[in-house]
Design a protein around this ligand. Sequence first.
Ligand SMILES: Cc1cc2nc3c(=O)[nH]c(=O)nc-3n(C[C@H](O)[C@H](O)[C@H](O)COP(=O)(O)OP(=O)(O)OC[C@H]3O[C@@H](n4cnc5c(N)ncnc54)[C@H](O)[C@@H]3O)c2cc1C
Length: 476
Amino acid sequence: MQNFDSSRRSALKTLLGVLALPTFYTVAQADTQLPRPPSDANVLFLQRHDAEYLKHRQIFNKRITLMPRFIAVCYNETGVQTAIRYANQTNLAVSVKSGGHCFEGYSLNEGGLLIDLSLFNKLSYSADSKTLVAQAGAKLGKVYEYLAPHKRLIPAGSCAGVGVAGLTLGGGYGFFARQYGLTCDSLKRVQLVDGKGNLLDSKDNPELLWACRGGNNGSFGVVTRFTFNTHPAPNFFRSYRFKYKNLNLVQATALAKRWFDLMPSLPTTAYSSWVLNRNQLTILMTDMRPSTNALQAILKSLSKGASDIMPVRKDSFLAGIKRYRGGQEPMYFKNVSAGYYQSFKSIEAAFPDIFKAMQASPLKQNLLQINTLGGAINDAGKAASSAYPHRSYAFLGEYQVYYDKASDGNRAVDLVNQIQKRLTAAGIQAHYANYPDINLPNWQEAYYGASYARLQKLKHQLDPDNRIRHPQSVQL
Ligand SMILES: Cc1cc2nc3c(=O)[nH]c(=O)nc-3n(C[C@H](O)[C@H](O)[C@H](O)COP(=O)(O)OP(=O)(O)OC[C@H]3O[C@@H](n4cnc5c(N)ncnc54)[C@H](O)[C@@H]3O)c2cc1C
């Protein structure tokens, strides 16, 4: 989830508005060594010299400079099948892009074939079954807007540009997860084109559904359609925000302990995030129901020592969601999972060094964000029917570094590596697959835990040539 420091975000937005496309893009000559790709009404193949290439290559993270040899813009399942068969014929690696928000750019590749689903993005809601069918290119902002008149939602993240595909395939948490579960828990059915080009349906192969609930980000097939159970949307969306400025280590530690200790009594309709931006802390809380005594007690405790308390905001459901929709323009960043925690104890040993490294970095926009999990995510039934393995944890950390100049990329990566080293030394081992870090050792275990071996079995069945792959896709 993107952080909630709105002044920082609008400053970045303003800045990004005046930046041109990065200069590393080069236009290559037409490819003559491979058979001509078969563009037709179902799929449009683009090469680097084509005018539309850069538009379809674009992803949210400007740090990633990978350039696929071909982009197959697919309009339907047949287009995806054609693209995969062409990749098999030409022995090209395939990557899959839906919303393009992967932190490490795993939806791109260098010199291979990119399947771009951005134009295959229709939504359809059935009032009878209360289900939503989303084509793979649909983005979250549109999903919320489309379902709101039906007074329904799927529990997803808040940033409008994130793809429903990548979010669901890696788990998916947000404001409603404690009440309704992860995004992948509402997934009812998928259709997928496998590495051989076959169109499969989870109705005939339940293992597919299990894997697509948190275990299939670009690993063994291209999911083309997602069917979700929907849930009642609340009438109102309340937000509360507290800021604490100019903190030293002792103060930041005390505020962290306080927040962690309060969160077990957070109602399951509510969500909170703890966001430390160097020496300034922002705590956000949202709730969808009338305030309870438990919530009031938390708010009262958080108000102690706050430098700035925002008056409670009561928005309509959709207005509340839109408030947190985030920027749409690509930016430079290095964000990673900072691990799952049970309580402050999980990071207590690492916290002083992390705090010091944050202050010492010349990169001013570096943040540790911790989000509440728990509630419906912990449901044992959901655990059995999904590949997502980290249900028992109460908190998820994310470390974010934003910067303005491409030349600061190595600095950002170095800072993240320092932070990860400290977290690992403190015993943090479980990480969120949707917040990947390309430098994470043992990522198989960290992202998928005990599900990994079962995912590998499926990889053997569906993609025995490892056609669909990226640096942290499930391996044969
Ligand atoms: C600004 C921002 C805000 C975010 N907020 C949240 C949040 O609130 N909650 C949360 O849980 N996560 C959040 N994330 C993380 C997000 O869930 C992941 O980045 C997610 O993978 C993005 O999906 P996508 O379709 O946009 O990305 P893409 O880059 O298109 O794809 C991401 C991954 O999924 C694979 N993939 C994409 N489409 C398909 C498909 N159709 N079939 C098979 N594989 C596919 C790709 O190969 C890639 O590995 C956020 C990320 C960003 C950048």
